[in-house]
Write a protein that binds this ligand. Sequence first.
Ligand SMILES: [Zn+2]
Length: 531
Amino acid sequence: MRLTFHGACRTVTGSCFLLEVNGSKVLVDCGMFQGSKTEKELNYRAFPFRPKDIDALVLTHSHIDHSGLIPKLTRDGFDGPVYSTQAAADLCSIMLPDSGFIQEMEVDQLNRRNARRGKESVEPIYTAEDATACLTQFRPVAYGQWFTVGKGLRAKFWDAGHLLGSASVEVEASRADKSGRPTRLFFSGDIGPKFKLLQGDPEGPQGVDHLVCEATYGDTERPDVLPETRRGLLKAEILDAASRRGALIIPSFAVERTQELLVDIHGLIESGDIPPCPIFIDSPLATKASAVFARHAGEMTAGDALVRAMNFRTVRFTESVEQSKSIGRMSGFHIVISASGMCEAGRIRHHLKNWLWRQEATVLMVGFQAQGTLGRILLDGARKVRIMGEEIDVRARIRSLDVYSGHADGPELASWIEKRKPIAGRVFLVHGEQEAIDGLAGRLSSTLDKGSILFPSLDECFELDANDASTVAAPQPARLKPEHLGRVDWHNDLSRLLLDIDDAVRKEGDEKGRSRLIRKIRRAIENGRED
Ligand SMILES: [Zn+2]
């Protein structure tokens, strides 16, 4: 049995694991890389395996960093089934075409710029049409039900409590000669925290041979956030933003986070803790996702509260670009919840461009911001940022509220792993930046033998037997070295340098000083080239 890690290795995106057993090739997740440009570039390259050779794909959940390359996989020749829960399939039916649309738009903008510079045009990773095409391959399966994914290979979904329809996957492989007991693998997918607003606690089997576990927040210890505490913190942020009389801009994942915020904001209005105010959900994806959530309301805790909030009189789901633009002309206090959650794409960039330079505005981050994203750059205190080619001063208050995490924190991950014991073989830590992985490994060291914890690197391949795993040479060299993953890359350094140069030149008292500084910088570049 072979397991190759084709993504989410020392970084939080691009989840994709290839399991080869009894002649079957099965993928667990096929996610998009979303971090720095160096990582995102991987999305454009060929897969490190032949899509045609893949027999089936088992999908843990609909988040793009787990599902986002399925359309490309299909376009490049994969024609097998995609197994997921019904809710995950429903969410993919809106999220994947949306992702295709974003790829097309981004490439369109890039090509216009390339044309002006006489550069060659590029193709999108996939189109909305490619995404729609792959949806016919989805085969929904209920939680707790075994399904066959290959020869002598079956799988079962367990509720991961991370997102509507999210699952951990148990995989059981019998030996080709049917001798001995089968080998059991368990893939965590993404694990939800305790007290999650719309989801229950994560579940899983006891006793596995090998465990592949996410480590997104492995180095983080959050105090338990009870629902009252969470609403109290949100109330304080909203009242503070309201007192400044500007907009409260909330970059938010369209799926689940937006619906959670809506439930809490509406709850605060209902209880009289905050006054009713205009609330705009300005994201076509969030609008569609909310409809899917309403359809699955019965499967969620607080599902009915969500339906009530969606129908509240000051809540508006905008659709057209005109409606979105008209929000931009509003003054006075109002709340705009818009995507994407890390400010990398979507309508949120227009709202940020519109409000970041104004003191009366507040930007409230409510989700994980990966290294290198605009959201992270703002959180790290940048005074200027570039949005759509324009330089914007940051005068708005940048706040962050870490109480809506969809992820378990370090202690919760450790206790989730504890519940899977006995673990006969190895624990592979994935889906986390290096610090997070080290943090989780540290927590596990008191209860697990140190040698049993492994940190796979990108495209690393392991030969597994019931209680051991050894690295074997992968058929292809790794696409990126570990040091290039989960890091700020040179693109971020360059944009920071350009802003610093601009600052320094402007600070010079007169024309002469400015010219002198520009000459010095030019000389430094020329000397640099000769080095
Ligand atoms: Zn996720």
